[in-house]
Design a binder for this molecule. Sequence first.
Ligand code: NDP
Ligand code: MG
Length: 387
Amino acid sequence: MKNILLLGATGSIGDSVLSVIKQNSDKLNLTAISFQSNLTKALSIIEEFDPNYVYCESKANLSSINDSLERSEGIELFSEKSELEYLLKHKSIDIIISAISGFSGLETTFMAVQTGKIILLANKESIVVAGDIILPLAKKHNTKIIPIDSEHNAIFQCLNSEKNTNDVSKIIITASGGPFLNQKIDDLSKVTKKEALNHPNWKMGSKITIDSATLVNKCLELIEAKYLFDLNEEYFELVVHPQSIIHSIVTYKDGSSICQMSNPDMRVPISHALSLEESRLSLDFTKINFSSLNLTFQEFPEDRLEIANLAREVCNTGGSSGTAFNAANEIAVENFLNGKITFNKIYEVIYRTFNAVPVSNSINIEAIYEIDKQTRMEAKKVVKSLT
Ligand code: NDP
Ligand code: MG
């Protein structure tokens, strides 16, 4: 039995993980969860999966849980950071799943990589903002990171039989193109929040759904891939594949290209990751109907190359540049979602903010938090100038 700590249990990735655990309850056990605000969902997870530990920063939420539970024995409720650290290191936990959204996921990912356990990583932002710190720390503590972001999990699977990446010639990261595929940035000034949140292939949390609509998600994924696979950005090509069936392609230097395919369903990469490269888990998935399959590919849209090139610059610069890129994007997305800026201005907020903050190459975790804070302040100024 593998015992799991699910960070961000009440989110969209949380849902997919819980579904995989439910279908493999003879092999997987939900030992602990964390959540932030969705009390109703947290309660229903606790009722159904009976975890031993629950972490939430809000003491009020924990006391509501305590009041609602029919039995309170056998469950420990934690709200202090020291308790979270204790939980991450607890010997009853085998696998930590990092599925908190955005920069907020950094703190737990940073703690988790120092446990020497297995981490299933959904929170790409923690790698984008602190890849130069997280990856060396994981190596130092012998912590294995298995990606569950679908593209990275696909690459991971395609590389599986290879001992290293020496024979790789190119890696294609596929992008669905989002709801505004084939539309120019300049034509997107009037799109509504509802339209931007209506992703054609994936049901996800709102932040990543907007990132998919702008294609900034692909930029974050490029940076994530550079760190996870320790390859120069030049190895990675971003290609639009609207059906989201092929999740990425690895081409070897002898001309073989290997891809991973499935219908767009996050439970597939999660199942793979949770198998820990042992026997595959069973999943009740929707099979691809190959006889009616029509796979198409197109170049990354020309007017989004500027943002992709900024991500390539981040890959080459490292240090705090990813922190600035991410913080600028988070503020831009937040302000689009709260109606302060139009969709097309998300890019402008990122460019102007990124260019206004200095890059530091010698960084530690405290510096990351400071740069994140400064960049957010700068981005808010840019937003203000646009409203
Ligand atoms: P959601 O917004 O659906 O869920 C986020 C989760 O994080 C919730 O459990 C939420 O708690 C918790 N959370 C949010 N802020 C905080 C905080 N400050 N402290 C503690 N917990 C917090 O996001 P997704 O599940 O869509 O995405 C999670 C991560 O996975 C992101 O980094 C995303 O990029 C990545 N990812 C997601 C994919 C998807 O299909 N959804 C695909 C690939 C990657 P609560 O709801 O209780 O407030
Ligand atoms: Mg992805």
